[in-house]
Design a protein around this ligand. Sequence first.
Ligand SMILES: CC(=O)N[C@H](C=O)[C@@H](O)[C@H](O)[C@H](O)COP(=O)(O)O
Length: 229
Amino acid sequence: MSLLENLDASIKQLSGLIVSCQPVPGSPLDKPDIVAAMALAAVQAGAVAVRIEGINNLKATRPLLSVPIIGIVKRDLVDSPVRITPFLEDIDALAQAGADIIAFDGTARPRPVGIEAIIARIHHHHVVAMADCSSLEDGIHCHRLGADIIGTTLSGYTTEIVPEAPDLPLIQALSAQGYRVIAEGRFNTPALAVQAMQHGAWAVTVGSAITRLEHVCQWYRDALTRETV
Ligand SMILES: CC(=O)N[C@H](C=O)[C@@H](O)[C@H](O)[C@H](O)COP(=O)(O)O
């Protein structure tokens, strides 16, 4: 059975919840052993896979888990808005550190390495390629180029203002094409995650609401300030 078939089976059996373990950069929680502990706790609580950023975090997490790990490297480039796994060397390092799935920016923005070369390099390592997309057009393009999984990860992040709601119509449009779609981005409540699955997602990735303590505190503080001042 291939990794994707295995995942199909466990996603059917379990909830389809993937937990992204990416602390706020510079947070006291932004340490490889803490990321690994968060990932283990998420899996013990029923997550079918985790998403991990950075080679050191992946190296700390891999020995603790047998579930699939989606690996990414984030970089802030001066000449491109593309942040997620922009370089072939990032793919080599993620594969070497044990990622089962490698996600990359699948948008049509200026980038240092073309999407076709990125997917070919991921497949060269016999790893599953996930395209983090912002639109239906991105998804169709990346699927044509061979991406195995399409994520809605970058919907709302290619323009100035980030919407509050997740992009349910994009999940529906991508899944209507017959793709394996991972809903990702602003699924901040269990009810929204349920809606992702109802709109055809294959799985749903939740990050901030589970693993970014500072964001969750801020949500509570904002609400308390609004309601009690
Ligand atoms: C746009 C971008 O760079 N997204 C990143 C991708 O890895 C992460 O910062 C998000 O936390 C992740 O996608 C999960 O989303 P949320 O934290 O909304 O549940």
